[in-house]
Ligand binder design. Structure first.
Ligand SMILES: NC(=O)c1ccc[n+]([C@@H]2O[C@H](COP(=O)([O-])OP(=O)(O)OC[C@H]3O[C@@H](n4cnc5c(N)ncnc54)[C@H](OP(=O)(O)O)[C@@H]3O)[C@@H](O)[C@H]2O)c1
Length: 324
């Protein structure tokens, strides 16, 4: 089968398209013929050797897959050969076939095409877990989303609205913010042009924001934290800006606030039943038309390096997907 291979840690241009043997599913695994693979920011990190997981070289990147089950390992009950599915793997998805653990593989709703299915799990799975399980976001609360037009960010905007919050979207361009407005954001902040802390105080009548969702890091983190409300929850989701911020610990003390880590991949492995329940809720909301993933662009498998480069250049709004 054809697969994108990372043979040495480096930029997307170092990736190569190669023929490799098709994998074989073991117990509680399924083999999926991949129709589409969504690109996520961690894919840009894993190929550079900068992610939490450092696979042995050479390896195939790609996590968010959608396709057809072509073989099942022993013990798999809820899936059969021929089922259209979508699922999640730590890496291996940018290939014609991939082995997926059965607990991380879900029947694809009929209404969802393969491109949308491949853009769904990581973005919505992460943001729903963050807002529901980690922040315990309540109806009527204020939610600030940084990097709000990105993959996990836009999902957080949409989910925040579904959960009854007043959503403030923050992003670097007015074009990106316009998309956030279309996805339900009540208030918009261009953080390239305005000071986050001062604007947050102004927008919340000096009360501050109840929940902050931060997939960006860098200088934005402290500035946003300074605009948090009493007993606010600050969700540490990622560091797309490149640097891991250090926060003075007097800030959470003064606000009685919590710094809350979010690691959806580890949660999904440690609590597969709870993750499955979250996924079922998200699929139901999708089928009811309450969630509408935004696809920025679809690439062919051999164009994977361009897809990753576009994301690293901060040009993507919503999701980019590779069609296979
Ligand atoms: N904790 C978890 O479980 C989990 C799960 C999935 C993803 N993540 C993390 O969440 C972050 C976002 O992932 P994603 O897939 O949503 O990525 P994405 O679609 O590329 O979104 C990232 C956003 O960050 C902002 N950004 C600021 N500086 C940037 C820079 N130097 N390069 C790129 N983007 C920059 C961009 O918005 P502006 O231009 O508007 O600033 C961009 O829209 C990543 O750090 C990823 O590792 C964490």
């Amino acid at each position: 089968m054809k697969a994108i291979r990372c043979k040495e840690y480096g930029p997307p241009s170092a990736l190569v398209l190669e023929e490799v043997p098709e994998p074989v599913p073991k117990e509680n695994e399924v083999l999926v013929q991949v129709k589409a693979c969504g690109i996520n920011y961690p894919d840009t990190l894993i190929i550079q050797g900068l992610y939490q997981i450092k696979p042995e070289l050479p390896f195939t990147p790609g996590s968010d897959v959608a396709g057809i089950v072509t073989a099942i390992g022993e013990g798999v009950k809820h899936l059969a050969v021929g089922d259209p599915v979508f699922g999640f793997v730590p890496y291996g998805g940018l290939a014609e076939s991939v082995v997926v653990p059965a607990t991380a593989c879900f029947p694809k709703p009929d209404k969802m095409d393969f491109t949308v299915a491949a853009s769904f799990m990581m973005a919505y799975g992460t943001s729903y877990h963050a807002l529901k399980d980690r922040a315990r976001l309540r109806e009527g609360e204020t939610l600030l989303v940084l990097g709000a037009s990105g993959g996990v960010g836009l999902a957080a905007v949409e989910l925040g609205k579904q959960m009854g919050a007043r959503v403030i979207a923050a992003a670097s361009t007015d074009e990106k913010l316009e998309l956030c407005r279309e996805y339900g954001a009540d208030l918009l902040i261009n953080y390239h042009q305005t000071d986050l802390k001062a604007t947050l105080k102004e927008l919340t009548g000096h009360k501050g924001v109840d929940v902050i969702y931060d997939p960006v890091g860098g200088d934005y983190t402290e500035s946003a934290f300074r605009g948090i409300a009493w007993e606010g929850r600050f969700l540490v989701v990622g560091f797309a800006a490149g640097s891991i911020p250090k926060i003075p610990l007097n800030l959470p003390l003064l606000k009685g606030a919590s710094l809350v880590g979010v690691f959806w991949g580890a949660f999904a492995m440690k609590h597969p039943k709870q993750n499955m329940q979250n996924a079922l809720t998200l699929m139901q909301w999708f089928e009811e038309g309450r969630l509408n993933p935004h696809i920025h662009r679809v690439y062919a498998l051999e164009q994977t390096p361009q897809a990753l480069e576009e994301m690293m250049a901060r040009k993507v709004r919503g999701k980019v997907v590779v069609s296979i």
